[in-house]
Design a protein around this ligand. Structure first.
Ligand SMILES: Nc1ncnc2c1ncn2[C@@H]1O[C@H](COP(=O)(O)OP(=O)(O)OP(=O)(O)O)[C@@H](O)[C@H]1O
Length: 220
């Protein structure tokens, strides 16, 4: 178990509005943290800060070396059958962040993309357009994009809100497998308290500008 990220007395503002303050927690390689809190509490704001997309107003966010973070944003599923992006191209985007210009997908990258598609059981869709796939299949494509460069931490923002119960439980099984087998730390934002209690080891409650951590089972 190794430490990946540590937040020390972090405060985050939008202008003069304090969104979060006195935030202290660590993310370690064996963590599976579920994040809950009312609308507007600051969940996405905290994730943006972890991804380095938002500055902290005070305190610090320390990364242990070069922490790779995979991010699955709230996915807007596409019904556009003409949108000209193939599955393999979308997954390849997940490899571009680590490259220098000119950014090119190499033969080795194609192998990594295929391996990830196979692991997520969507290799047969490799050359299909994203808009031709079902919601659950599209979700796996975006998951493949988040995982293809083998991140130590995977952040999921409301990943299952558009999925039916069977697809949802398959999705959580997959996440569990990456957590167990690849030691990928997980941060899962969800309004689905049941899913958080079932899958996460720790629950992070964000409300009234602050963050509290509870071992699972203690949240009512
Ligand atoms: N770009 C912005 N400029 C100013 N205020 C913002 C901006 N983005 C978000 N906020 C405010 O910051 C607060 C936290 O927003 P955030 O999106 O982090 O909440 P959230 O917990 O993710 O909400 P939800 O569950 O609705 O997604 C809200 O009051 C929101 O209005």
């Amino acid at each position: 178990m190794s430490k990946l990220i540590e937040l020390d007395d972090v405060q985050i503002n939008y202008g003069k509005n304090v969104i979060l303050e006195h935030v202290n927690f660590k993310v370690c390689s064996n963590d599976y943290i579920g994040v809950v809190g009312p609308n507007g509490a600051g969940k996405t704001t905290l994730i943006k800060a972890l991804l380095g997309l938002m500055p902290v107003t005070r305190g610090s966010i320390a990364y242990e070396g070069q922490v790779k973070i995979g991010y699955l944003p709230q996915v807007i599923l596409s019904n556009d059958h003409l949108f000209p992006a193939k599955v393999s191209e979308i997954v390849g985007i997940g490899l571009l962040g680590e490259k220098r210009y000119p950014k090119r997908i190499t033969i080795g990258d194609h192998k990594r993309i295929d391996e990830m598609l196979e692991r997520l059981d969507i290799l047969s869709f490799k050359n299909r357009r994203i808009g031709d796939l079902s919601g659950g299949q599209q979700q796996r494509v975006y998951l493949a994009r988040a995982l293809v460069n083998k991140p130590q931490l995977l952040i999921l923002d409301e990943p299952t809100s558009a999925l039916d119960p069977k697809i949802r439980s398959d999705f959580f099984r997959l996440i569990e497998e990456f957590h167990q087998t690849d030691e990928t730390a997980i941060i899962l934002i969800s309004h689905d308290m049941h899913a958080i209690q079932e899958h996460a080891k720790t629950t992070m409650v964000i409300e009234r500008n602050t963050v509290t951590m509870q071992r699972n089972g203690e949240v009512k």
